[in-house]
Design a protein around this ligand. Structure first.
Ligand SMILES: CC(=O)SCCNC(=O)CCNC(=O)[C@H](O)C(C)(C)COP(=O)(O)OP(=O)(O)OC[C@H]1O[C@@H](n2cnc3c(N)ncnc32)[C@H](O)[C@@H]1OP(=O)(O)O
Ligand SMILES: CC(C)C(=O)C(=O)O
Ligand SMILES: [Mg+2]
Length: 509
């Protein structure tokens, strides 16, 4: 059976999804889980794009050992230098350098002739070869490029030292048959291609990203790029969990497999969804809430008689488990620890004590603590950031249908000072945010607000995602609490704490 290598770009193309903004700790947490999932390559970021991305790629390259780590670079020396700075600690430093090859991109975006594009690509690969033993080169917008030109530039970058050639469908335009034909054409017309790993990178604008990646595999491609939950620019990328499960379930047809630990899929999907705030649609293949649910009577009847009547994927295969042990008010440390271990967490004694305290506090208001609640508690602990140091001391909201909503808040600064303010708003959340803005003493613009319930039931935890702008700085934040107003306040404070560009007044109070 052919072994297909998977290249995960959740932390780079996935992070390009509008509204997604991961900090170093969050990226590291996702990278560790991608390693547990068995990803062959992790594209951890675009080091030249920001200092925090460079740091994140560097941290991941230092920490993750069982997956190769790479970073993206334009065909410019500065980007390649930044990538080297980030990746020099990897065991086998690997760079991903790209340049657009379609007439539209060359003319309007790059403002270069085709010959200048070839020269730029070759120079970039030669420059990268001074540092990196493994160079992946991508022809951005390859699928709208002229094939003879594409073949020519691919041949030149191979001669310059590229070892992996990626053919992206950057705008999600190609169909499976046409995509396969591009690979066939390149295999027949490029000298030296037989020693090269061919790679696919698809976007889902027409809903064909997974189908196109499968067509690439059928046409000799051995590396597939994509993301968890199909995140990515615009409509997203090939969902790697869907591709891996498709190869597994239909190996009679594809005769190909990946190195993914399939039962880590659900956990990875949940983590990515929680940290990015990109909620997985209930009907999404493989990881959606309804992917293994049977609602219609005839289906339920069939499944009761024989599961395979309507289930081609067993939930256990992808790590969807149902837990029989109920955790609640009377549970002890052993049961708590054992469930966390089953969920894949390993904790020091100190961490366990801290988490157990948070768990017990939650049981005071919530009868049954679900796996989702535990994951939310763990996430709060593992990726907590407090750069600007604000902490919610207390929150009180007065609301009535015949009354102007008013919030009173005590906020603790990193120096331990308590600031108390009160303010009104058109609604309770607005009253809270107006009050927090007063406490913090600077103009804070709220650009996104999303709320979701962690589980079903009246006592479910609320998760709030917000995005704020402070001057030129922008950050997203997440807050979890049983009360939606408390979760809203926590998310806002979390975003302020994560804002990297801090105006003078902020933090100086
Ligand atoms: C298809 C993809 O997903 S490509 C990856 C897209 N990801 C991102 O862009 C996220 C990170 N990007 C960033 O942080 C910024 O765009 C930066 C730091 C990389 C560059 O910022 P700026 O220098 O301000 O340039 P800006 O983004 O406005 O424009 C891009 C420039 O790079 C050029 N460029 C685009 N692709 C390439 C490339 N592969 N190689 C060389 N130059 C390129 C453009 O032609 C433009 O050049 P110009 O300024 O001479 O017109
Ligand atoms: C940088 C490249 C690989 C990309 O993301 C695209 O072309 O979609
Ligand atoms: Mg892309």
């Amino acid at each position: 059976m052919r072994r297909i290598s998977l290249f995960d770009t959740t932390l780079r193309d996935g992070e390009q999804s509008p509204g997604v903004n991961l900090n170093v700790k969050e990226k590291l947490e996702i990278a560790r889980q991608l390693e547990r999932l068995g990803m062959d390559v992790i594209e951890a970021g675009f080091p030249a794009s920001s200092n925090s991305d460079l740091l994140a790629v560097q941290e991941i390259a230092k920490t993750v050992k069982n997956s190769s780590i790479t970073g993206l670079a334009r065909s410019v020396k500065g980007d390649i230098d930044a990538a080297w700075e980030a990746l020099k600690y990897s065991e086998e430093p690997r760079i991903h350098v790209f340049l657009a090859t379609s007439p539209i991109h060359m003319k309007y975006k790059l403002n270069k002739t085709p010959d200048q594009v070839i020269e730029t690509a070759v120079n970039a690969v030669k420059y990268a070869a001074k540092y990196f033993p493994v160079i992946q080169w991508s022809a951005e917008d390859a699928c709208r490029s002229e094939l003879p030109f594409l073949a020519k530039i691919v041949e030149e970058v191979i001669a310059a030292g590229a070892k992996i050639i990626n053919i992206p469908d950057t705008v999600g335009y190609i169909t499976p048959k046409e995509y396969g034909e591009i690979f066939k054409y390149l295999q027949q017309n490029v000298k030296g291609i037989e020693n090269i790993t061919l790679s696919s990178h698809c976007h889902d604008d027409l809903g064909m990203a997974v189908a196109n990646a499968l067509a690439a595999i059928e046409n000799g491609v051995n590396q597939i790029e994509g993301t968890i939950n199909g995140l990515g620019e615009r409509a997203g990328n090939t969902a790697l969990e869907e591709l891996a499960v498709a190869l597994h379930i239909r190996n009679d047809y594809y005769n190909a497999t990946t190195g993914l630990v399939l039962n880590e899929i659900k956990r990875t999907s949940d983590l990515v969804s929680n940290l990015t705030g990109m909620i997985v649609p209930a009907n999404k293949a493989v990881v959606g809430k309804n992917a293994f649910a049977h609602e219609a009577g005839i289906h339920q009847d069939g499944v009761l008689k024989e599961k395979t009547t309507y289930e081609i994927i067993s939930p256990e295969l992808v790590g969807v488990t149902t837990n029989s042990m109920v955790l609640g008010k009377h549970s002890g440390r052993h049961a708590f620890k054992s469930r966390l271990v089953e969920l894949g967490y390993s904790l020091s004694d100190e961490e366990l004590n801290k988490m157990f305290k948070a768990f017990k506090e939650l049981t005071e208001t919530k009868k049954e603590i679900t796996d989702e609640d535990l994951k939310a508690l763990m996430l709060e602990e593992k990726v907590a950031t407090n750069d600007n140091g604000y902490e919610l001391e207390s929150l009180q909201v007065q609301f009535g249908t015949a009354q102007i909503p008013t919030a009173t808040i005590s906020l603790k600064t990193k120096d331990g000072e308590i600031i108390q303010e009160a303010s009104t708003g058109a609604g309770s959340v607005e009253a809270i945010y107006n009050t927090l803005e007063r406490c913090i003493g600077t103009t804070i613009q709220l650009t996104d607000y999303r709320i979701q319930s962690n589980t079903s039931g009246r006592d479910a935890l609320a998760q709030v995602y917000v995005k704020v702008k402070i001057g030129d700085g922008e950050a997203s934040g997440r807050g979890v609490a049983q009360d939606v107003l408390e979760a809203s306040a926590k998310a806002y404070i979390n975003a302020v704490n994560r804002c990297t560009i801090v105006p003078e007044k902020l933090g100086a109070i």
